[in-house]
Design a protein around this ligand. Structure first.
Ligand code: C2O
Ligand code: CU
Length: 429
């Protein structure tokens, strides 16, 4: 609903139960329902507000992952909502069209709250015609992929069994459903893939090995669609892909064992790494789709010039620390200035997986160990997988929203690591 020119959404975090496996009710948490949450959609330039209510038995928060917005509206660990309490952030959408999402961020419990089912999509639109399939739920479909582990009674197991990366489940849910399938009615279908898992890295591919178009990363459209046969996503990352279907054909989007880089053997995730994610079944006659455009326009105001970078910051990720320190809610780790373009140089010193998520901004991966990034990292990103022993140089600009009192977070999105302290705070002044 739009009230006084503000688009108002309502979200209630609540307890429920879901039939994740046939005939078994599993206790889960959801927004406005038993599990996951509604897709929120708003356009660039629009003023939005969200009335968030917490009907859970414990405090939580709701963070708008990938959104450029004031830190006090960000829903990080400083914006806690007590049980029975409410919170009403309000901001103006000011970024290119992108597949964003929302999830809780209470420090120390983020893994558990997300794992229990609290997550939803936030789709940002802009006025720029993309030429891509865009009919929501028909040929433009959000797909959140999450792994769970269920005990004999059907309850979600939360124990990561001492696994350093966090919980790895053997049941993969797609939009909350095991064995998900999509009826395809158009020649091209756009899937907005979100890795909503707490620890698992996926490598998405079609079971027949066919190629598809990778058209967008976390923060929006790639400058040029990239034809590929797989896309790796670590927790929190998104990829939009466009799949071509022939009439009456079927294929399955699967996840295969990802290439995690130079990890030590115990972190290779073991054997059960290939999962069906989404079966695609095309009807006998398909509506014609426009071909995938070869280039996407970048609005001049959205471009960031590496030559403008005046500040370089170094971050070393090791075990649960950043530059030797673990998260302290009362310590500001970095101060950046409005208007500055910066390069953040991030190294994973471990031999196991981490990734790197920055609130407030979208960044560009300038290089990885000095070499140009692979094509799927060419676009706007807010989360990037950190292969062991590699250095990623990330370019970003802090445009506005100075607030010395409210920090933004930067952290590993393997949520166990985040909860255990692999997180730092920065303010924009
Ligand atoms: Cu998706 Cu700081 O989180
Ligand atoms: Cu990590």
């Amino acid at each position: 609903t739009v009230v006084d020119g503000i688009r108002v959404f309502e979200l209630t975090a609540q307890e429920g139960t879901s039939e994740l496996l046939p005939g078994v009710r599993t206790p889960t948490w959801g927004f406005n329902g038993d599990m996951l949450g509604p897709t929120l959609r708003a356009s660039r330039g629009e003023r939005v507000a969200v009335k968030v209510a917490n009907a859970l038995p414990e405090p939580t928060t709701v963070h708008w992952h990938g959104m450029h917005l004031p830190a006090a509206m960000d829903g990080g660990p400083h914006q806690m909502i007590e049980p029975g309490g409410t919170w009403r952030p309000e901001w103006t959408i000011d970024q290119p069209a992108a597949t964003l999402w929302y999830h809780p961020h209470p420090h120390g419990s983020t893994e558990e709250h997300v794992y229990r089912g609290l997550a939803g999509f936030f789709l940002v639109e802009d006025g720029v015609p993309s030429g891509l399939p865009a009919e929501y739920g028909v040929d433009d479909v959000p797909v959140v992929v999450q792994d769970k582990r269920l005990d004999a009674d059907g309850r979600l197991e939360l124990d990561s069994d001492g696994n350093e990366v966090g919980l790895l489940g053997s049941t993969v849910l797609t939009n909350g459903v095991a064995g998900a399938m999509l009826d395809v009615t158009t020649e091209l279908v756009r899937l907005r893939l979100l890795n909503g898992s707490t620890a698992r890295v996926y490598d998405f591919a079609l079971e027949d090995g066919r190629s598809f178009w990778h058209v967008a990363t976390d923060g929006g459209l790639l400058p040029e669609p990239h034809e590929t046969d797989h896309v790796r996503l670590s927790p929190g990352e998104r990829a939009e892909i466009v799949v071509a279907m022939a009439p009456s054909s079927e294929t399955t989007l699967v996840s295969r064992a990802p290439d995690l880089g130079d990890v030590a053997a115990p972190f290779a995730f073991g054997g059960n790494d290939t999962f069906p994610v989404l079966r695609l079944a095309a009807g006998a006659s398909l509506r014609q789709s426009a071909p995938v455009p070869q280039r996407q326009a970048v609005e001049p105001g959205d471009a960031v010039d590496p030559d403008d970078a005046a500040v370089t910051r170094r971050f070393e990720v090791q075990d649960r620390s950043i530059n030797g320190r673990t998260m302290d809610m009362d310590r500001i780790d970095e101060t950046v200035h409005v208007g500055d373009t910066e390069i953040w140089e991030v190294t994973n010193l471990d031999r196991f997986p981490h990734n790197w998520h920055v609130h407030d901004v979208q960044f560009h991966v300038l290089d990885v160990d000095g070499a140009p990034p692979s094509p799927e990292l060419a676009g706007r990103k807010d989360t990037v997988y950190l292969e062991p022993r590699r250095t990623y140089r990330l370019l970003m600009r802090f445009e506005d929203y100075a607030d010395p009192d409210s920090p933004y977070m930067v952290h590993c999105h393997l949520l166990l690591h985040e909860d255990q302290g692999l997180m730092a705070q920065f303010v924009v002044t």
